[in-house]
Design a protein around this ligand. Structure first.
Ligand code: MG
Length: 196
């Protein structure tokens, strides 16, 4: 007899922090695709280490329209992701999964942000509790992805394009918490947890 529930039933209730990549974890070079050019933003190693120790699954969700536009192949995206994982090793940080939307904005896409579908896929794959999870990113589209998936909160970082996004749309701060960088965002999340 099959006693397991439907495939979409989470097996556990582990929280996650979903992370944008360019401008949030690493410096946002225009259409970054060369692994040797990857530079971590300030506070990233320490911040992700804190979150991981607190039990958060760390998952990257990245739009890479440079692939769809023909600027670079998907293999370059994987190479940059591999380099990021390598740079995070000294902190013992492990990115559980990288979700990539390679399409250009006007093309149909399964999970291009702000669509929440990669987050649902990750929930089913890793048994995540989305209502206890967060999205951290440097663009409005990252915040929207978190809101569309029903996460606990979306957090804007002022690294990458974040400061400009905040300037463009000051109302963002009414719905999203805004932090200087990923390290600050991590400490903000832990401060919420310690308040219960
Ligand atoms: Mg970004």
């Amino acid at each position: 007899m099959n006693t397991t529930g439907p495939a979409h039933t989470p097996r556990a209730s582990r929280p996650a922090v979903f992370l944008d990549r360019d401008g949030t974890i690493n410096e946002d070079l225009h259409y970054l695709h060369e692994p040797e050019k990857v530079i971590l933003c300030p506070g990233v190693g320490e911040g992700l280490q804190l979150l991981q120790r607190a039990g958060y699954a760390l998952i990257v969700v990245t739009n890479q329209s440079g692939v769809g536009r023909g600027y670079f192949p998907l293999e370059d995206v994987h190479a940059v992701n591999d380099r990021l994982s390598e740079l995070l090793k000294p902190w013992g940080v492990e990115i559980l999964a990288y979700y990539i939307a390679p399409e250009k904005p006007e093309d149909p896409s399964f999970g291009r942000k702000p669509k929440p579908d990669f987050l649902f896929q990750a929930r089913d794959r890793f048994g995540l509790s989305l209502k206890d999870s967060f999205f951290i990113g440097d663009k409005k589209v990252d915040l929207e992805t978190g809101w569309n998936a029903g996460l606990r909160e979306s957090i804007l970082v002022r690294t990458g394009k974040g400061a400009r996004e905040e300037e463009k749309d000051p109302a963002l701060g009414q719905r999203a918490h805004i932090c200087g960088n990923l390290g600050e965002a991590a400490r903000y999340i832990l401060s919420l947890d310690s308040r219960g």
